[in-house]
Structures are given as C-alpha cells and as structure tokens.
Ligand binder design. Structure first.
Ligand SMILES: Nc1ncnc2c1ncn2[C@@H]1O[C@H](COP(=O)(O)OP(=O)(O)OP(=O)(O)O)[C@@H](O)[C@H]1O
Ligand SMILES: [Mg+2]
Length: 256
C-alpha cells in the first residue's frame, strides 16, 4: 500500500446520474472498514454536504468556497467516525467569475490539499455536473478519476466528455500526469434492452476500468439520502446497500 493519501474524484458532465450518491456510499463504506476519509463537496448544489452533515446548510462556519477565496480559512468539519467534510454552498456557483483575476486558478485545490493529503487514507471529491474550472481543479488535484453513469445515451456522452478532459489533463506535463482513470460505475440500472445495450457498450469500450457490480435502481437509496442517513444504517440488508459495499471493496483494490 502507498503511504500517501489517495485523492479520488467522481465525475460526469451529465447531471443526476448518481455521482453524489456513489461518492457518499463509497466513502462511508471505506470509513466503516477503518479508513480515514475526507469528503470534499465541490458542487454548489451542496448535495453531498446535506447527505453527510446533520447541520443545516446555513450553519456551516465556512465552506470550500471560503477556502478557495481565502486560503487561511480551510474549515474541515468532523462528521462521524472516520469521516470529515469540507462543505459546499450555493455561492460556489460564482466560482469562475470570483476567481477570474487569479493566476493559477486551476491549482487552487492542489494547493489546499497538499498540506492535508497525508492525514487521510482517502480524499473523496464530488464534482458538479459540468466541465468548468471546478472539475478542472478536481482532475488536476486527483490521483484517481472515477466516472459515474446511468446506462443511457446522455450519461454516456457526458462520460465521453469527462474522458476527453481527462486525456487533456494527462497529456499536459504541467497539469497532472499522475491522474489515473481508476473506475467506471453504472448506477440506476434497470433490466431492459436500452440499459443492457449501454452496459455492454461500457464493458466493450471501458472494460478494463468498469467496476462490478451494477448498482440497480431502488427508491430506498433516494430515501436514505433525504434522511441524512447512510445506506448502511438506513437499509443494512438492502440489495443496493450490498451492491455499494461490494463496489467500494472492488474500487478500493484499484485506488490503494
Ligand atoms: N440507485 C439508485 N436508485 C434510485 N435512485 C437513485 C439511485 N442513485 C441515486 N438516486 C437518486 O437520483 C437522484 C440523483 O442522484 P445524485 O444526486 O447522486 O446524482 P448526481 O449525479 O450527483 O446529480 P448532480 O449531477 O445533480 O450532482 C437523487 O435523488 C438520488 O437519491
Ligand atoms: Mg451530485
């Protein structure tokens, strides 16, 4: 095992494909087996923040936005055993404009994480559904990129766009040659012709990084998220809970 903390980011340009749900379920699974996990919410929707923290959105002392704009104010919240959080907030949606005059604004996250990286086994980053400066920061700072998609055409296209950005970041010696595409995860799977066709397409084209098992569609998952409960507490013997636990274990082998 590497002695350095590993930074893992979850991305897709397409919205609503299960990025946040997956990042949370995997980070929580790793914490449950004794890993020290820091969640970084990079989405101004702050969905991860709401899912993980019992605080009301306005009660966070400071957020990742404050950290980006004023490096001294890097507030890391302790949430529960093995889990810390850097929350997000709606105002992060102005990130591109707020940082327009900063030089090196692609490296803000690299600089923030460098001094704390080794305090954690894993830093889990949830990206917004966009390929702007925030996702760029995430890919430049990360060791591992995990793409999350539902089995359909739009999510597949969103994934191809992230893969192109990944290639861009990797090819540029000054950006992040260390970045690895370490996983492709399919969520909200329902057995039908179209889904099966896209699952097959992902396996054919990205088979070496596709991670079993498929995560099936289940309302319990959405419920757990809205009650600020981990799926492991909300539905411990549920089918999707077991799928996520197995997935977290399989991904762990690739990111250690
Ligand atoms: N396996 C699943 N079965 C059913 N619903 C799911 C599943 N996974 C996620 N969801 C629900 O789908 C919605 C979108 O999920 P999530 O927020 O994780 O996606 P996202 O890709 O992070 O979205 P965004 O792009 O807006 O950040 C949420 O309401 C979530 O609870
Ligand atoms: Mg999300």
């Amino acid at each position: 095992m590497k002695d350095m903390g590993q930074i893992v980011c979850f991305a897709n340009n397409k919205g609503g494909v299960g990025k946040t749900t997956t990042a949370v379920a995997i980070g929580q699974a790793w914490a449950r087996i004794g890993k020290k996990v820091l969640f970084i919410d990079l989405d101004s929707q702050a969905n991860l923040t709401t899912m993980v923290s019992p605080l009301a959105p306005e009660d966070h002392i400071s957020t990742i936005r404050d950290a980006f704009l004023n490096k001294k104010k890097f507030n890391i919240e302790h949430v529960t055993d093995g889990i810390d959080l850097v929350p997000s907030e709606l105002a992060l949606s102005n990130f591109d404009r707020d940082t327009a005059s900063l030089t090196g604004r692609e490296y803000l996250l690299v600089d923030l994480l460098a001094p704390i990286k080794n305090k954690y086994d894993f830093i889990v980053i949830d990206c917004p559904p966009a390929l702007g400066l925030i996702t760029y920061n995430a890919l430049i700072a990360a060791d591992h990129l995990v793409m999350v998609a539902t089995p359909d055409g739009l999510a597949y296209s969103g994934m191809v766009m992230v893969a192109n950005l990944y290639a861009d970041v990797k090819q540029n010696a000054r950006l992040n040659q260390n970045l690895k595409l370490s996983g492709v995860i399919i969520t909200k799977y329902e057995r039908n012709k179209l889904s099966d066709m896209y699952v097959q397409k992902v396996k054919d084209e990205l088979g070496d990084v596709f991670i079993e098992p498929l995560i099936t569609k289940a309302t319990k998952i959405a419920q757990a998220g809205s009650f600020c409960q981990s799926i492991y507490d909300y539905d411990p013997s549920g089918k999707v809970t077991k799928q996520y636990a197995e997935l977290a274990n399989n991904l762990l082998q690739r990111v250690l």
